[in-house]
Design a protein around this ligand. Structure first.
Ligand SMILES: O=C(O)CCC(=O)C(=O)O
Ligand SMILES: [Fe+2]
Length: 523
């Protein structure tokens, strides 16, 4: 699929250009063919006019008779061939072959429904109005062309196919509004009505469902299901409640969609929660990290985002040129991100994680080695047991629902083969800055971090006694506009015995990077 990484979607633009060129060439070839055909027609008309002028005697002349017969046999065969020689199949074959050769990927059904689902996710997370979205408006700004009735209808159908009647209702209503101003309509009213009625029924409004289905039966009397549906809704109402005004439309969002803490999570994504919790507001600060000899000359700027648990942003720790190299190395390796099914332990694709990612070994390129070394410098944690650098490019509405980076006790086999213990800490480099959305949020803590290019977010996943710190549950909010590239480093417990010594008292927590380590200096 293409929709799970913006990087792949960008390649698709080339495909659309190819299609345009091919259509133009096809039209030119067909024009030439039809022009030839027209020339024949002229000749026929011309000769026939001459024959008519001569009258019935025309064929009494053997030469004329011969020519007439020839025109209606051999020459007619030519015309027939010309008419049959439509260039379409040759051109279509050509397109297919080109696609295969150039390896330009073409979107499929999965991409279309993925793209529609992305719109729905963005709409929910960022409180976007359906009319606005369908008019190309995001956050009050015109960012795209408006959708046609049919475009809108297809989004509604994608929702319907996922049994998501909440969104089906919204989008079908807008589709209906749209076609009022279209002539001819880009989708037939009766097509919309059937979906809209069913969504209304699912959302508890049988009377409106019935009313719309009656309208459907009226405008499309031959519709295969209209009459049956009218009866079905009528039976459901059993004559009750058939009089008076139709009940208002109450379109309630589905209560549970997998994220328990959804409202708080979405508010964080929208940036509605102050970035710093009130109790830390006077305490958080920036400092220069100089706790190693060479850092005395070029200290690293550390912005403390919060305490208990500590989360910091290391400023300017990855250079633009390094980012470019990393993106280039990762691009050909990007694979749709998988998640571990907690029941089966299998890796699988999931709608709650829409991105593509790749792993880069330290010896692949000096840039990777340099970045890995720098991680050790700014985290004070041994990199010998870290996982490889993971690079991720988010897709359309790309996101990662709330999760822990560490393995829970019940996930017995996680990281077992690595033999390096659990993921003690996470480093997340921001390699781009999406125009809107795409924040990293700690949904239990109420902390949102909006990506700032060249910086790295850091936090400890484990408490000092080695237990997973449940407070670190976090998520990547859907990208609303723009591109989100990140890379992350998962640092493991093994090798940190002196860097972050374990402590029995889990309440003793770091106040800065390297705090609690035996050699650490106060910043
Ligand atoms: O991209 C982000 O903001 C967070 C990514 C994340 O949490 C992960 O990949 O584990
Ligand atoms: Fe994570």
């Amino acid at each position: 699929d293409l929709f799970t990484a913006i990087a792949d979607l960008q390649h698709m633009l080339g495909a659309e250009k190819d299609v345009t060129t091919v259509i133009d060439r096809y039209i030119a070839a067909e024009r030439a063919r039809l022009d030839d055909l027209r020339r024949y027609a002229y000749e026929y008309v011309h000769r026939n006019a001459h024959a008519e002028a001569v009258g019935p005697e025309f064929v009494t002349n053997p030469i004329n008779a011969y020519l007439l017969i020839k025109r209606l046999t051999t020459e007619w065969k030519n015309v027939e061939n010309m008419m049959l020689n439509n260039k379409a199949s040759a051109f279509l074959q050509n397109i297919t072959a080109n696609r295969e050769n150039s390896q330009v990927k073409f979107p499929g059904e999965v991409d279309l429904s993925g793209a529609a689902t992305a719109l729905l996710r963005l709409q929910d997370t960022y409180n976007l109005d359906t009319h606005d979205l369908a008019n190309g408006i995001i956050g009050g700004e015109k960012v795209a062309n408006k959708l046609s009735g049919h475009d809108t209808f297809e989004v509604g159908r994608a929702a319907y196919n996922q049994k998501d009647y909440y969104h089906t209702l919204m989008w079908m209503q807008v589709a209906l509004n749209k076609i009022e101003n279209e002539s001819p309509p880009s989708v037939e009213e009766w097509e919309i009505l059937e979906y809209l009625a069913y969504a209304l029924y699912q959302q508890g409004n049988v009377r409106r469902a019935l009313s719309l289905t009656k309208r459907l039966a009226k405008i499309a009397p031959n519709h295969p299901r209209a009459k049956g549906n009218v009866k079905w809704y009528e039976d459901m109402l059993q004559g009750k409640d058939m009089e008076g005004d139709l009940p208002p439309i109450v379109n309630k969002r589905v209560e549970y969609d997998g994220i328990v803490e959804r409202d708080a999570y979405e508010a964080l994504c929208r940036g509605e929660i102050p970035p710093v919790e009130a109790k830390w507001r006077n305490k958080v600060h920036c400092y220069l990290k100089r706790d190693k000899p060479f850092l005395k000359l070029a200290p690293i700027k550390v912005e403390i985002l919060r305490y208990e648990p500590l989360a910091v942003l290391f400023k300017n720790v990855i250079h633009d040129s390094e980012i470019e190299v990393i993106k280039e190395l990762a691009s050909p390796k990007l694979k749709r991100a998988t998640v571990q099914n907690s029941k089966t332990g299998e890796l699988e694709h999931a709608t709650y994680r829409i991105s593509k990612s790749a792993w880069l070994k330290g010896d692949l390129d000096p840039v990777i080695a340099r970045v890995n070394q720098r991680i050790e410098d700014f985290t004070n944690l041994n990199q010998a047991t870290s996982e490889e650098l993971q690079v991720a490019n988010y897709g359309l509405g790309g996101h990662y629902d709330p999760h822990f980076d560490f393995a829970r006790k019940e996930e017995k086999n996680a990281f077992k083969t690595l033999n390096t213990g659990n993921r003690i800490a996470t480093v997340l480099f921001y390699m781009s800055q999406p125009e809107r959305g795409g924040a990293t949020v700690f949904n239990h803590l109420g902390t949102a971090v909006f990506p700032s290019k060249n910086d790295a977010l850091f936090w400890y996943n484990l408490r000092r006694n080695g237990d997973g710190d449940l407070r670190t549950r976090h998520a990547a909010c859907p990208v609303l506009l723009g591109v989100k590239w990140v890379s992350n480093k998962w640092i493991h417990e093994r090798g940190q015995e002196f860097n972050r010594p374990c402590g029995l008292d889990e309440e003793v927590q770091e106040n800065f990077i390297g705090d609690l380590a035996p050699y650490a200096n106060d910043p």
